[in-house]
Write a protein that binds this ligand. Structure first.
Ligand code: ATP
Ligand code: MG
Length: 583
């Protein structure tokens, strides 16, 4: 491959795009890799397309190596498939829906469990056919609420999704482990820094699920990890260790006058100063009212969440815990419709009578006592005991996780970081096989329900994540396997530098390298150097002022080293640099 910049469809930008929040977005646009069409919708220019294909090729090679077989589904899908599994409604506003000329409902596929299941059901019938793993690299559509950072969170994006089909749980575990190994190889080859964390397995039962997260301060996923035992989990999947239940005696409930105590701090100060208590915010129980809608239904359930007063509700954890239900804050007019709920003074003591579901933080175990609302304006109650004065309907993981909280495995203080999800592996189980009645005929003639796994890699997102992790103040710094070229040969000057550069570039191409050649006669050396730094090809060879002394300059964009070398050795030195890295 030899790309000549004199004709290459590329215009780099000197200015940052106005809407760029993160370095990867800024640099990919400035370096002419992608261009915005609409929010979360981007076009790929020639260099960007090469990088995207390089990522896809690495993913494809590792999927093929693990024995998965590539297929390709349409993005435009009829409603029926998603109706059967309930996802036509469950997906809510994230699903792009459209109608054909006969007014039949269609969607643009956000993920393809339904289609893979149906395809396997159509082709396979005997236990002898299984196991099988299929994958595709394909464009997905999700009307994300907050498309962000260019291709990092798109509304149209490229994903590798694969699905394993096994006869039993052991088979599923094997398929899962194979994917885990393949993902490790993929992300290592992509030159990414990443962490494997426990993830939510959702409403489908306790089967295993892990995410591959690229740690970056601009990431949207919060995860916790333990330096001592290696435990790592997405904040949504973090399970709060519950203290043991308390079975001793407790004082009787006591209602306290607490005027002008709108916040937890003012309440704690007031009851300590005026009622002789010695409590902290962690001894108060605050109650948050939410209304929860289930996609497809227009009524909302009123739900109250009780958490210790020293913690905030983490809305993402709350959403994950209630999914596919969607919580929203209770507004003034909602309170108006529930006169039993005294805003600011709600306590769980009356919720059973009001018929309102009450879920508590796992720390609110039986026998714990709390200062909480007394369900009267200006009044709170002390010594309100769980299991005696109120009985929760269950627990919920809705409270924030904080740095220093105890590790659920070893008890040591946890660390909190942010990351971007680059991959997800998930033991789905039989949800989709049940919906499609996907069975294999067993050796005894009886049907065996198939069990599935689903596994995703964000292919277009990976381009942004690599850029996010691999850049400096001058521009991008691609790892060689994904770089748009192995070497950037730059000819600068008024003599025959461009001719010599072209000759070396052709020689390198003939030796099998992918070469980008700056043979523009109109651009100044300064512009060419800036572009070369911005574009981020790992090895740069400059044929410039030194030509008359028979010298060229070899630059390592990754390590930053610069060296004057004899022109006669230029090609062999570039080859050596490329081969040293691929070895
Ligand atoms: P996120 O939490 O970031 O929205 P997700 O949980 O919705 O991701 P999956 O449904 O598991 O993601 O999709 C598999 C992979 O596809 C993700 O690991 C991610 O790398 C990628 N991906 C998901 N949504 C997007 C998007 N909007 N833009 C680009 N890539 C995405
Ligand atoms: Mg998502």
């Amino acid at each position: 491959m030899l790309l000549r910049m004199s004709t290459l469809f590329l215009r780099t930008l000197r200015e940052d795009p106005a809407d760029a929040e993160v370095p990867s977005h800024r640099l990919l646009v400035r370096a002419g890799y992608v261009r915005r069409v609409a929010p979360g919708i981007y076009s790929w220019l020639p260099l960007g397309k090469i990088v995207l294909e390089n990522v896809a090729r690495i993913v494809r090679e590792e999927m093929d190596r693990m024995g998965a077989q590539e297929v390709l589904f349409p993005a435009l899908l009829p409603r029926e498939y998603y109706e059967k599994t309930g996802r036509w409604t469950e997906y809510g506003d994230t699903l792009f829906r459209l109608k054909d000329r006969k007014k039949a409902d269609y969607l643009l596929g956000p993920t393809h469990e339904e289609l893979f299941t149906d395809m396997v059901k159509g082709e396979y019938s005997s236990y002898k056919d299984y196991p099988v793993t299929l994958y595709q690299i394909q464009t997905k559509y999700r009307d994300e609420a907050r498309p962000r950072a260019g291709i990092l969170r798109g509304r149209e994006f490229v994903m590798k999704d694969s699905y394993s089909f096994d006869l039993d749980d052991d088979g599923l575990k094997r398929s899962y482990e194979q994917h885990r190994d393949a993902y490790i190889k993929i992300f290592d080859r992509l030159g990414m820094n990443y962490k494997i964390v426990f993830a939510m397995s959702g409403a489908m039962g306790g089967s295993a699920s892990e995410e591959f997260l690229a740690p970056t301060p601009t990431g949207e996923d919060t995860f916790v990890h333990c330096r001592d035992c290696g435990y790592a989990a997405n904040a949504e999947a973090f399970v709060t260790p519950a203290p043991p239940a308390y079975t001793g005696e407790r004082a009787a409930q006591q209602v306290l006058d607490t005027p002008d105590t709108p916040t937890i701090e003012t309440l704690v100060d007031f009851v300590n100063a005026n009622h002789g208590l010695g409590i902290t915010a962690a001894d108060t129980l605050k109650n948050l009212v939410v209304k929860v809608t289930t996609p497809g239904s227009d009524t909302a359930e009123t739900l109250i969440i009780g958490i210790p007063g020293d913690r905030e509700v983490d809305f993402k954890r709350l959403e994950a815990a209630l999914a596919p239900g969607e919580p929203a804050i209770f507004e003034a007019d909602d309170f108006a419709r529930h006169p039993g709920l005294v805003r600011g003074y709600i306590g769980p003591q009356i919720l059973a009578d009001l018929g309102i579901r009450y879920l508590v933080d796992p720390r609110v175990v039986s026998g714990t006592e709390w200062v909480t609302g007394a369900n009267e304006p200006g009044k709170h109650a002390a010594h309100v005991v769980a299991g005696r004065d109120f009985t929760p309907d269950g627990t919920i993981e809705a409270a924030e996780v904080r740095a220093g909280d105890p590790c659920p495995v070893c008890g040591q203080p946890l660390i909190i970081d942010r990351g971007i999800e680059i991959g997800h592996i998930f033991q789905l189980g039989r949800k989709y096989a049940d919906a499609a009645e996907l069975d294999a005929l067993g050796p005894d003639g009886k049907p065996i329900r198939i069990t599935m796994g689903s596994y995703g890699v964000g292919v277009s997102r990976a381009v942004a994540v690599i850029a996010e992790q691999r850049h400096d103040e001058l521009g991008l710094v691609w790892p060689r396997e994904v770089a748009p070229a192995d070497v950037h040969v730059v000819g600068t000057g008024k003599e025959n530098q461009i001719e010599v550069a072209t000759r070396i570039a052709e020689e390198l191409e003939a030796a099998g390298l992918r070469v980008l050649l700056d043979d523009r006669s109109s651009a100044s050396p300064g512009v060419k150097f800036k572009d070369s730094e911005l574009l981020g090809i790992p090895t740069v060879l400059i044929v410039g002022r030194g030509l008359s002394q028979g010298l060229a300059e070899l630059r390592d964009r990754v390590g930053g080293a610069r060296e004057e070398i004899p022109l006669a050795e230029a090609a062999s030195r570039v080859l050596a640099a490329v081969q040293a890295e691929s070895a």
